[in-house]
Write a protein that binds this ligand. Structure first.
Ligand SMILES: *Cc1c(COP(=O)(O)O)cnc(C)c1O
Length: 236
């Protein structure tokens, strides 16, 4: 078995154990393989090992990769910081966007979504750690934004995404994830039909699943350490 196939298997086992521990079914969280900075060939290997959902953070890097893998039935998720000059690439080439944090960009994406494609699935990114440098809306703005998005014809709001700051304090980390889960519950009580909590990465997927994550975004635990020097978009 290749290294990527073995790592995928190990990752799926972690998810299964965490799902069981959370009291939900063994498939309670879907695995999004984050392939940013890795070549199309690595994605091809992961697909051969049964992986279908892939995440990318940089539109310029993702586009040639997506095009060169068009022969495979993959589902592409954009998870990186959202910039207004990149919305068209996302609207035209991705199935999901996890990092929506502005109504103006949501309107743009809805306008730019090609008519022959189903609505773009979106998650609102919530800034649960309150760090000025992080993207995402403050928790207090998540529900108003969710309600505004519901009216846009070519977007389908699926849920919330968050990246809490890393901390060795497990209780604190779980508290951050729980905040997001509570927000999702509140949005549902407003009548929005949402099914996705995108949270948890290589280092903290267990904590996220314990708090209700339905999709974990895992990069380095599958593909290995990233080398950002190969990525020209990193500084933009
Ligand atoms: C890179 C990235 C990940 C994957 O991180 P790992 O620690 O490598 O698993 C997950 N989510 C987002 C938004 C990312 O940018």
């Amino acid at each position: 078995m290749g290294a990527i196939a073995a790592a995928l298997q190990a990752c799926r086992a972690r998810i299964e154990v965490a799902c069981a521990a959370s009291g939900r079914g063994p498939d309670c969280a879907r695995l999004l393989a984050v392939s940013k900075t890795f070549p199309a060939e690595a994605v091809r290997q992961a697909h051969a090992a049964g992986q279908r959902l892939f995440g990318e953070s940089y539109a310029q890097e993702a586009l040639p990769k997506i095009e060169s893998l068009a022969d495979l039935p993959l589902e592409w998720h954009f998870i990186g910081p959202l910039q207004s000059n990149k919305t068209r690439v996302i609207a035209e080439h991705f199935h999901w966007l996890h990092s929506l944090d502005r109504e103006s960009l949501a309107r743009r994406l809805s306008r730019q979504r090609p008519a022959h494609l189903p609505p773009l699935n979106v998650c609102i990114q919530v800034n649960v750690s309150g760090e000025a440098s992080k993207h995402g809306v403050p928790p207090s703005e998540a529900l108003p934004l969710a309600q505004a998005l519901a009216a846009l014809p070519n977007l389908r709001l699926r849920g919330l995404m968050a990246i809490p700051e890393p901390t060795p304090d497990l209780a604190r980390l779980r508290g951050r994830f729980r905040e997001v889960a509570i927000l999702l519950e509140q949005a549902r009580r407003l009548g929005l039909s949402l099914d996705t909590l995108s949270m948890g990465m290589s280092a903290d997927l267990e904590a996220a699943i314990m708090e209700g994550a339905t999709m974990v975004r895992v990069g380095s635990a599958i593909f290995g350490a990233r080398d950002y020097n190969t990525n020209q978009e990193q500084s933009s």
